[in-house]
Design a binder for this molecule. Structure first.
Ligand SMILES: [Ca+2]
Ligand SMILES: [Ca+2]
Length: 356
């Protein structure tokens, strides 16, 4: 933000507020970032505004094929894109552009560089095919303060003499950094050359990435609030009520040897056996543990039997035994309830039977 900050810092120093210099710089950067990022959360464009036609070359004609990297170090304000020369805030580069002249094709890749000229990210190579402004989709992370650069590859000796991606700026304060061969990955290299009054014809669109999923929130991420997807946001979970099984038949037959149960679907069946027991009424209930009160009877739990059943008629062995023990003679009530793993539970169904 070098060139643009100089004027702002000078103007504020004249005010009586005496804001510390470091804090002032941070404040200006913050305000500048807020001003440059649209309220809608859309893209900002950094780099060159591409208003000039190319009139100069890089990777000059050599006896053998050459490669080079180039990045704009400073650029006069009139030639800058709306977002400035460096990233005002972090996000994702979703598109980049290069303006070239000359009929010869070449290969180019966008680089994101930090202040030490270390490579932060790099796009696949693209091939501009004709004169003019060429636009390429990409997806590159970029942090606040990073800048963009470009790799140029020519594939045969001398072709670059006819390709132009630079222009001679009319104003000063436009330094151009140059490396040849291309700036290597995982290295920090000072520029081989820094030349004044040269503009590099590239720019890039940065979109916010609020959920940090690596996809630009304006055009690449359909769900900017969810880092687990860049597709459509998942809808609210639909709760499907469990299907309640139905017991349509409960019977004991064949001399109490088998219990027959008909259910609407597969289920875990719980069979509860209770024996009719003599008691006395006490406190509104029939109990066995009192010698006073009116005579009454109630069903006392004697055991439980479970079985897995399938849809339809099920035959369950009984033979008047629970856990191998024969039940005492008397009157009984059998109650059946079916339940499913997803929480479905049938209504209880009961029958009475006798053991003699
Ligand atoms: Ca995102
Ligand atoms: Ca997302």
């Amino acid at each position: 933000m070098d060139g643009r900050l100089k004027g702002g810092r000078h103007a504020v120093e004249a005010t009586p507020m005496r804001i510390p210099k470091n804090a002032l710089g941070a404040l200006i950067c913050s305000l500048l970032a807020i001003a440059l990022l649209p309220a809608s959360g859309g893209a900002v464009t950094i780099g060159n505004n591409l208003s000039h036609a190319p009139d100069n070359s890089t990777c000059l004609a050599m006896a053998t094929p050459v490669t080079c990297s180039a990045s704009q170090d400073t650029l006069n304000a009139a030639d800058q894109a709306a977002g400035g020369l460096v990233a005002p805030a972090g996000g994702v580069i979703t598109r980049w552009r290069l303006r070239s002249a000359g009929a010869t094709t070449f290969r180019a890749a966008l680089k994101v560089l930090d202040g030490d000229h270390s490579i932060i990210s790099e796009s696949p190579q693209a091939v501009p095919t004709a004169d003019g402004v060429h636009e390429f989709d990409t997806r590159l992370p970029i942090a606040a303060g990073n800048r963009i650069g470009v790799d140029i590859h020519n594939d045969s000796a001398g072709v670059m003499a006819t390709v132009q991606v630079l222009y001679n700026t009319a104003a000063h304060d436009s330094l151009w950094d140059f490396w040849s061969p291309v700036l290597a990955d995982d290295s920090t290299q000072a520029p081989a050359n820094t030349i004044d009054d040269i503009g590099l014809l590239i720019n890039a669109d940065i979109e916010p990435d609020a959920d940090a999923d690596g996809y630009g929130d304006a055009t690449q991420d359909l769900c900017s609030a969810d880092a687990t997807t860049h597709g459509a946001c998942p809808g609210p979970k639909t709760i499907v009520p469990a299907v309640r099984p139905v017991i349509s038949v409960l019977d004991i037959a064949s001399g109490n040897k088998r219990i027959y149960v008909t259910t609407s679907g597969a289920a875990k069946l719980k069979l509860t056996f209770a024996r009719k027991t003599a008691g006395r009424r006490s406190g509104g209930r029939c109990k066995s543990a009192t010698s006073r009160g009116k005579r009454c009877s109630f069903y006392k739990l004697v055991g439980v039997k479970t079985a897995d059943v399938a849809a339809g008629i099920n035959s369950i062995p009984f033979a008047e035994k629970l856990s191998g023990k024969r039940l005492k003679p008397g009157s009984y009530r059998l109650t059946a309830v079916a339940s499913t793993p997803d929480g479905g539970r049938s209504a209880a169904r009961s029958i009475s039977f006798r053991i003699r």
